[in-house]
Design a protein around this ligand. Structure first.
Ligand code: GLC
Ligand code: MG
Length: 253
């Protein structure tokens, strides 16, 4: 009988999703690598980190080489270990993107504290914003940007990180770009995450979704408000939660 096992597109966030349980990370990485060799499965990391902070984590945790690396919350895609970002993707993000115009608006808000220089990227402006202040500030910011007609989106994660990105960009859009490039059906695609900037991965289409057991309240709340049978909330944390979900969806035996 022919085996039902086939290749799939595996897309995962890093911090507190793939990374966070060292033993499960090693086990999952081995299984994924085998699957890639035997079936042509593709592995994609999708992180909020800049290339600089990604490299730090890659070395610290000895992460296996992905087939594509999506950094800076979906705004840069590096395929097959390339060190230049995919230019087709950059072309989609560039129209109307104006960093100076964004900073002119954000400087009115003293609660917004710029993140370190490494995390300011060609298509991403990032701040720290305390959770306490966020309930007041986020709606005001939304309003200011709406009036300015700058085509941007705000993404708030983990009660501290505020990212400003082009409207055409986020982790979900970047995932769709790769899915179409490599021709994977949404049923053969699985996305994994734990926090606010991962909501876009789950919300963009009907790809299979794994929310790890340690997910942040902003993602859990969104999941409760938008339940779907193609999304699975794992009991286990981090890579152990991913393993649980991959078995649930029969991507792994
Ligand atoms: C990572 C990035 C940071 C971003 C956060 C949330 O921590 O370094 O710039 O704000 O992810 O997306
Ligand atoms: Mg995370």
């Amino acid at each position: 009988m022919e085996s039902a096992v086939t290749k799939f597109l595996f897309v995962t966030d890093l911090d507190n999703t793939l990374v966070g349980d060292d033993r499960a990370l090693v086990e999952l990485s081995e299984l994924l690598q085998q699957h890639r060799q035997q079936h042509g499965t593709k592995i994609v990391y999708s992180t909020g980190r800049s290339p600089f902070l990604y490299r730090e984590l890659q070395q610290e945790k000895n992460l296996i080489q992905p087939d594509a690396l999506v950094v800076s919350v979906g705004t840069e895609i590096y395929v097959d270990g390339s060190d230049t970002p995919d230019s087709d993707w950059s072309k989609i993000l560039a129209p109307g993107w104006d960093k100076q115009a964004i900073l002119n608006i954000t400087k009115k808000f003293s609660e917004l504290v710029l993140q370190p220089e490494t995390e300011q990227r060609p298509f991403k402006v990032s701040f720290f914003l305390e959770q306490k202040a966020s309930c007041d500030i986020l709606p005001q910011l939304e309003e200011e940007f709406k009036n300015s007609e700058l085509n941007i989106k705000l993404i708030y994660s983990s009660g501290i990180d505020l990212d400003i990105l082009p409207l055409s960009s986020d982790k979900g859009q970047a995932m769709q770009f790769l899915r179409q490039k490599w021709q994977f059906a949404s049923e053969q695609t699985v996305v994994c995450g734990d926090s606010g900037n991962d909501i876009a991965l789950f919300a963009v289409g009907n790809e299979r979704g794994i929310i790890v057991g340690n997910a942040r309240p902003e993602l859990l709340q969104w999941h409760q408000q938008n339940p779907a049978d193609y999304r699975y909330l794992a009991q286990n944390y981090c890579a152990a939660g991913i393993l649980e979900g991959l078995k649930y969806f029969s991507f792994l035996e």
